[in-house]
Design a protein. Sequence first.
Length: 58
Amino acid sequence: MISILVTKVNRLGNIVNISQDTYQDFFSRQFIQDSLKEYQIKLLIFNSLSQDIVLWKE
């Protein structure tokens, strides 16, 4: 199951909060990466067990 939370933050734009597993399984695909870049979506990737942020991608 893929769980995604999209947050609109005025100063930062669109931010997608996703688990590290979801990023590795889905968001690492080139088509998805191209779409994220085109729509200027930022990713906040976290470890679902520890709840630590592991990566911030602009």
